[in-house]
Design a protein around this ligand. Structure first.
Ligand SMILES: [Zn+2]
Ligand SMILES: [Zn+2]
Length: 153
């Protein structure tokens, strides 16, 4: 955990306009300008650079599920730019695992329950199928990490 505390120390010094606060999960809160982090987790330095990247990219709430997946990808691409500076050796397998969680979530939500075609999102919690015209409602994102931007209003 020494690398985590030294990374937090460096980030606090470099980004005085962003607060770094220990919390229950990794989370960038755009309204508070706080990055919440946990320390007892594997890959915590990866996730901290990832949340920093959301912050530096100015990510806020998303309108469409697909935007969230795009923001996740963008944040990892951004994190790679800081890996050398902060001496975090980013592991591509960890990054892809993280992105897969979002891709699988999007796939599950957007697949038509009647005919399995790919639907499109018409509103925050509605999808429609271009093949059979079926419309379905999706829940608020269930995985708490996926709710981060919609919660941070
Ligand atoms: Zn993210
Ligand atoms: Zn359908």
């Amino acid at each position: 955990m020494r690398s985590m505390s030294s990374l937090i120390h460096k980030l606090k010094a470099t980004y005085p306009d962003i607060s770094f606060t220990e919390g229950e999960q990794f989370l960038w809160s755009p309204s508070e300008r706080i990055i919440y982090y946990t320390t007892g987790q594997a890959n915590s330095t990866h996730l901290l650079l990832h949340e920093l990247s959301h912050a530096l990219l100015g990510h806020r709430e998303y309108q469409r599920d697909i935007e969230l997946v795009a923001m996740e990808t963008a944040a990892w691409d951004e994190a790679k730019k800081y890996a050398d500076t902060y001496k975090v050796r980013l592991n591509e397998a960890i990054i892809q695992d993280h992105l897969d969680t979002y891709r699988e979530w999007l796939h599950a939500r957007s697949t038509c329950p009647q005919c399995s075609a790919s639907g499109y999102q018409t509103e925050a919690s509605h999808y429609q199928c271009p093949a059979c015209s079926h419309e379905w409602k999706v829940n608020e994102a269930r995985i708490c990490a996926l709710r981060r931007y919609s919660l941070a209003k």
